[in-house]
Design a protein around this ligand. Structure first.
Ligand SMILES: *Cc1c(COP(=O)(O)O)cnc(C)c1O
Length: 414
């Protein structure tokens, strides 16, 4: 039974900031679904290891060891404020967004499979370079609001793979231009993300090409999940405690749910209730909030609740959450918060001022949700440990934003 009049769904209907928190407190180890296994996440980590020398060579213009890893930044300490960190996936190598973990992982799996079948020795640099014409026979399609298509297109073209990128109306012109310059085909749709996915899926089926399905991909999910062990190591290196009494609160910008879902799965497997995983969405694209607060399956779309799916946060402009994520991760999502476009713009400015890091509005969803979450958790039964928590904002993209996109964001008045 779900309560269609719950405060979360009421706020969603009226277009106010909304919040859903797991009744009774954060999910524990025993709440983590087993649909996606720890072994699958291990396979993804191994695949990234195998590809590191290959990627380092293909992207040799940058001084890089081929590891898809990001830095952890500490905000300056402020009197009376809890410790805050920023996980720097906005500056991930190759793509400048978190898609280097999930979408790119699935692409690498297809490349590996194709190379094996075609007898291309991926561990031989000369053979991989000479195989560009052969890789052109590998046809891949993907749909995107921008970053997924940009990331997959960029890495696919580095191998010589043939890609069609179906872009929803949210995609920024600079990403489409960059892809065309690399030899990717960009198909523009004047529709939302879900519709672009449906069109691309049909087109892939019609020609028998591979479709990277952001709404329903285990390879995507496991690629993101690898990031959890990386963060755990960084926290250990800094002697930051992660216990039920002193948890981490991790703020994860959410579109379709794959990136935050994979990371949550990984973190909950390592830390249980000591990692509080919050998904953050734009008010107008609150598809995960709609799904978690209503409990409906298949996931409802945001239009049903009167929202428009129009937001400055193009990476999060998704009207319907992934049912795979809801099945594989839903029972260990601890909370969903929605934030306004204005709050995300302010978050971009704060991160620029405090850390000098260039992030995009989508990536600023976490900082925007910080104060509202603290207010909501205060005094709530089951959430007492938040008082002693370390807060980690997952910055998901933006280091590649051109000045023409970024400067207007930080010039705006507070
Ligand atoms: C894709 C993306 C997200 C969210 O990922 P989903 O898998 O769609 O939930 C968040 N931030 C940025 C910048 C992204 O590009």
């Amino acid at each position: 039974m779900t309560d269609q009049n719950s405060p979360a769904l009421q706020a969603l209907r009226t277009g106010e900031d909304a919040l859903w928190l797991r009744p009774g407190g954060p999910a524990r180890f025993e709440d983590v679904p087993t649909l996606v296994s720890a072994a699958e996440i291990g396979d993804a980590a191994d695949r990234f290891e195998r590809f590191a020398p290959i990627l380092a060579r293909l992207f040799a213009d940058r001084d890089w060891d081929g590891q898809v890893r990001s830095d952890l930044f500490a905000f300056p300490e402020a009197a009376g404020a809890p410790p805050r960190l920023l996980k720097g996936d906005h500056a991930l190598p190759m793509t400048g967004s978190i898609k280097a973990r999930g979408g790119v992982h699935e692409l690498l799996a297809h490349i590996e499979h194709f190379a094996h079948a075609a007898g291309i020795a991926l561990d031989d640099p000369a053979a991989t370079a000479a195989a560009r014409p052969a890789f052109a026979r590998l046809r891949i399609l993907v749909a995107s609001t921008g970053n997924l298509g940009y990331s997959i297109g960029l890495v696919a073209r580095a191998f010589g793979v043939s890609v069609d990128i179906h872009m929803s109306r949210d995609a920024k012109a600079w990403k489409k231009d960059a892809l065309r310059a690399l030899g990717a085909t960009v198909v523009e749709h004047d529709s939302d993300y879900s519709a672009a996915v449906a069109r691309a899926r049909e087109a892939a089926a019609a020609e028998g090409a591979i479709f990277i399905d952001d709404e329903n991909s285990r390879l995507l999910l496991t690629g993101y999940a690898v990031a959890a062990a990386e963060l755990a190591q960084q926290l250990a290196d800094r002697s930051i405690p992660v216990t039920a009494e002193r948890p981490i609160v991790v703020y994860l910008p959410c579109g379709v749910g794959g990136a935050p879902g994979g990371i949550t799965l990984g973190l909950k497997r390592i830390f249980g209730e000591a990692a509080i995983c919050l998904f953050v969405e734009p008010v107008e694209s609150a598809c995960m909030l709609a799904a978690m607060a209503s409990g409906e399956r298949p996931a409802p779309d945001v239009y049903h609740y009167g929202r428009t799916n129009r937001t400055i946060a193009d990476g999060l402009a998704v009207p319907r959450a992934s049912d795979l994520v809801l099945d594989a991760v839903g029972p260990c999502i601890d909370g969903v918060l929605t934030v306004s476009d204005a709050a995300m713009t302010q978050g971009v400015r704060r991160v620029w001022r405090e850390l000098g890091q260039r992030i995009e509005p989508s990536a600023a969803a976490g900082p925007a949700a910080f104060a509202p979450f603290l207010r909501a958790a205060a005094g709530r039964p089951g959430w007492e440990a938040v008082d002693a928590a370390t807060h980690i904002f997952w910055a998901t993209g933006g280091s590649r934003l051109p000045d023409a996109e970024f400067l207007p964001l930080i010039d705006a008045a507070d």
